[in-house]
Design a protein around this ligand. Structure first.
Ligand SMILES: [Zn+2]
Ligand SMILES: [Zn+2]
Length: 111
């Protein structure tokens, strides 16, 4: 009788220790699922006008994203496509054009 009670107590301790360490490890893994740095931006060799050429952070083609590439700014100013108030190309300025929708080009199929 006595030995049986001891074994039961040991089993309870074992189970609770396992479940505690399991809960600990799962909660530790929860915060590690953030995307790697650089996610959302096109690769440098992306073809302009393709699905790959897209700045996910700013919702415009990466090849036309003046917020990622300040050297593009003079080109937009040269064609009068510039909103000085918001520091954006007028054609990308959602503050001035609330109905503006910039569509990401369709992803090409496997050739
Ligand atoms: Zn951008
Ligand atoms: Zn504007």
């Amino acid at each position: 009788m006595t030995s049986r009670r001891v074994r039961l107590a040991a089993a309870v301790v074992f189970v609770s220790a396992v479940s505690w360490s399991y809960a600990c490890s799962t909660s530790g893994e929860g915060g590690a699922s953030s995307p790697p740095a650089g996610e959302g931006h096109a690769a440098a060799n992306a073809q302009p006008g393709t699905w790959e050429d897209w700045c996910g952070e700013h919702g415009v083609p990466e090849s036309q994203c003046t917020r990622c590439n300040r050297t593009l700014v003079p080109a937009f100013k040269a064609v009068n496509d510039w909103c000085a108030e918001h520091g954006l190309p007028e054609s990308q300025c959602r503050a001035c054009n609330p109905n503006l929708r910039i569509e990401r080009p369709a992803k090409r199929g496997a050739r």
